[in-house]
Design a protein around this ligand. Structure first.
Ligand code: S3P
Length: 427
């Protein structure tokens, strides 16, 4: 289990066009290429553990994948029954989206993953898929992986999801592409919409009005993808918070998706007082551009709307809240409890170790800004908890244990961080 020690940083001016590529879009580009006719071209694919597992699964399902280190080319041969269990590693996105993709494919498939993923709830996808005729099972009657799928025919549906989850929405949209009629999916709040944008770009009929998405089954195959994956706002946000909390600092992040369902955390940081500008440079599948964040004194904020738009950034935002003046409140974020760790509990416990006054609630927390103190905190195997507390270390110094998990989403995190401070690794 490796540990890092972070030394407090002086004011920095950071500019990068090599923040990790977007994880959500990378997973989808590999998976959706299996639905296309001809060669899909994917540049800047995220080479993190989660998305490399997805690429291996796509290969195991019969796609021809070539990779020259820069560009990945994927030619689908239709979905073939794999010879072995499909290992999603740590990735809930991988497992849940593959459930939807494979529910109608010819064959038998078993999805598994690491000890953390095997504890995460899967009924949110297995139940609605079973309701439309999918043959799916798993431990605790389909709640826990390993999951087994016997692909078959699926009935058209009109499903109202109780949870605003892009993973559930995407699994159902993928199933709908091979259902026996037009399907409708409704969610309580809009979640990230990469699946809808990408599949529409590939020629599928996927339209959303308000919170209701209509999906028509596809006849045959879709157009191949030709995509350069933008930087991941959830990864970039660690550097945004770093610039916001280290006096005199600035971070410029280039080539990042500016999809509104993904940059809400930057908007919240702006509401807290940080000086942030956005510049759109292109629009292909989604808007892409640059974000500049400059330090300014932060004030407390209440966060309770559009939670799905900032669910992955809340741990890093909690560090900004700990540095802000006043008491910040996060409400309606119970989904944090079923992420890579129970992020309400891990954020609260770790901030308390750093001397911050925090109160845990069922659906979030209250954080009163104060003086962050150096401590030893554990990631609980959760990449975003590890990176959030490393960023806190830029203010006060920090020791963070069990940091290998950062490889799941941000392989060059330490390389970029070393532009700001000294990182001592104790492997
Ligand atoms: C993701 C959706 C989110 C997010 C996850 C990636 C996706 O999960 O937390 O990191 O790519 O669809 P939920 O949709 O379950 O909230």
């Amino acid at each position: 289990m490796s540990t890092v020690r972070i030394v407090p940083a002086e004011a920095f001016d950071f500019c990068s066009d090599s923040i990790a590529a977007d994880k959500s879009i990378s997973h989808r580009s590999a998976m959706f290429a299996t639905l296309a006719e001809g060669e899909s071209i994917v540049r800047n694919y995220l080479r993190g553990e989660d998305t490399m597992n997805t690429l291996r699964i796509v290969k195991a399902l019969g796609a021809e994948v070539t990779d020259d280190g820069e560009t990945i080319r994927i030619v689908s041969q239709g979905i073939r029954e794999p010879e072995d269990v499909l290992d999603c590693g740590n990735s809930g996105t991988g497992m849940r989206l593959f459930c939807g993709l494979l529910a109608s494919a010819d064959g038998h498939f078993v999805l598994s993953g690491d000890a953390y993923l095997r504890r995460r709830p899967m009924k949110r996808v297995t139940a609605p898929l079973r309701a439309i005729g999918a043959v799916l099972d798993g431990r605790q009657n389909g709640e826990l992986a390993p999951l087994s799928i016997r692909g078959g025919s699926l009935k058209a549906f009109d499903y109202k999801s109780p949870v605003a989850s892009a993973q559930v929405k995407s699994a159902m949209i993928l199933a709908a592409l091979h259902a026996d009629g037009p399907c409708y999916f409704e969610e309580p709040e809009l979640s990230r919409d990469h699946t809808e944008r990408m599949l529409s770009g590939m020629g599928a009929h996927v339209r959303t009005v308000d919170l209701r998405t209509e999906i028509h089954p596809v006849q045959g195959l879709l157009k191949p993808l030709d995509i350069r994956i933008p930087a991941d706002p959830s990864s970039a946000f660690f550097f945004a918070v770093a610039a916001a909390i280290v006096p005199g600092s600035r971070a410029v992040i280039e080539g990042i998706t500016l999809n509104p369902t993904r940059i809400e955390a930057f908007r919240i940081l702006e509401r807290m007082g940080a000086d942030i500008t956005y510049t759109t440079t292109e629009d292909r599948y989604e808007p892409i551009g640059d974000i500049t964040v400059c330090h300014a004194p932060l004030r407390a904020v209440t966060v309770e709307e559009n939670i799905a738009w900032l669910i992955d950034e809340l741990p890093a935002l909690s560090i900004a809240m700990a540095c802000a003046e006043g008491t910040s409140i996060v409400n309606n974020a119970q989904e944090l409890r079923v992420k890579e760790s129970d992020r309400i509990s891990t954020v609260v416990r770790n901030l308390q170790r750093c001397g911050i006054d925090v109160e845990e609630k069922d659906d979030g927390y209250r954080i009163t800004g104060g003086e962050l103190k150096s401590a030893t905190v554990d990631s609980h195997g959760d990449h975003r908890i590890a990176m959030s507390f490393i960023v806190a270390g830029l203010v006060c110094g920090m020791e963070v244990t069990d940091v290998e998990c950062i490889q799941t989403s941000f392989p060059n995190f330490f390389e970029l961080l070393s532009q700001m401070t000294e990182v001592v690794r104790e492997d």
